[in-house]
Design a protein around this ligand. Sequence first.
Ligand SMILES: O=P(O)(O)OC[C@H]1O[C@H](OP(=O)(O)OP(=O)(O)O)[C@H](O)[C@@H]1O
Ligand SMILES: O=c1cc[nH]c(=O)[nH]1
Ligand SMILES: [Mg+2]
Length: 206
Amino acid sequence: MLNVIDHPLIRHKLTVMRDKNTGTKDFRENLDEIGGLMVYEITRDLPTKEIEIETPICKTKADTLAAPIVVAPILRAGLGMVSGILSIVPTAKVAHIGMYRDEETLEPHPYFEKYPHHMEESTVIIVDPMLATGGSSAAAIDMVKKQGATNIKLVCLVGAPEGVKLIEELHPDVDIYLAALDDHLNEKGYIVPGLGDAGDRIFGTK
Ligand SMILES: O=P(O)(O)OC[C@H]1O[C@H](OP(=O)(O)OP(=O)(O)O)[C@H](O)[C@@H]1O
Ligand SMILES: O=c1cc[nH]c(=O)[nH]1
Ligand SMILES: [Mg+2]
C-alpha cells in the first residue's frame, strides 16, 4: 500500500532539497530531518506488548515495542536518512545494502550486504531517497526477504509512479512511504521534477 506523508514541514524541507542551488550541507541536513519526521508516521502501527513494571508509586502494566527494528539503507543515498531515523528510534539496528543502478540499462547491481541477527522477527525499514524505476528497491526487498524478514516497510523521499507500480506488483505485502509522488521518469530514468542524483548531492561527488 502507498502512503504519501503530507506535512508542511516535510514539504518545506523537500522544496529546499529540490532546489538545484542548495549545496551539500543543506541538502544533507534537510534529508536527515525529513527521515526523522517520516519515521514517526511510519512507526505508527508497530506492534506493542504489555509488560509489568514498577513506577516509584506502584506496580503497573505498560506498553513496550514487541519486535526489534532494523533500518536498512540502500547505499549510498539511503545512508543520508539514517541518522535522522536513529534520532527517533535510537535502539534500532542497522543493516547495509550496497546497490548501484547501471546508468545505461537502469538495472540494479548489489555489491554489499550485511545484516544484524534476527531479521525474521524484526520490522525492517528499507530506506532510499529515490524510488525511480523501482529496480533497486525491489532487489533490496528480495535480499531482506532472503534473510527471513516478513515485516518490511519501504521508505523513500521521492517516488515515481513507475517505481510504485513495480513494488506493488512484485511485493504487494510491503508498505511504501513517500514524502512526495512525482510526475514521471525522464529518458535517462531520472525522476521529474525530482531532485537530481541524490547520492551525488549528499556526498558531493558531482
Ligand atoms: O529505482 P531505481 O531506478 O533503481 O533508481 C533508484 C536508485 O538509484 C539511486 O542510486 P544510485 O545507483 O545512483 O547509487 P548511489 O546511491 O550510490 O548514488 C537511488 O539512490 C536509488 O538507489
Ligand atoms: O532521479 C533519480 C533517479 C535515480 N536516482 C537518483 O538519485 N535520482
Ligand atoms: Mg546516485
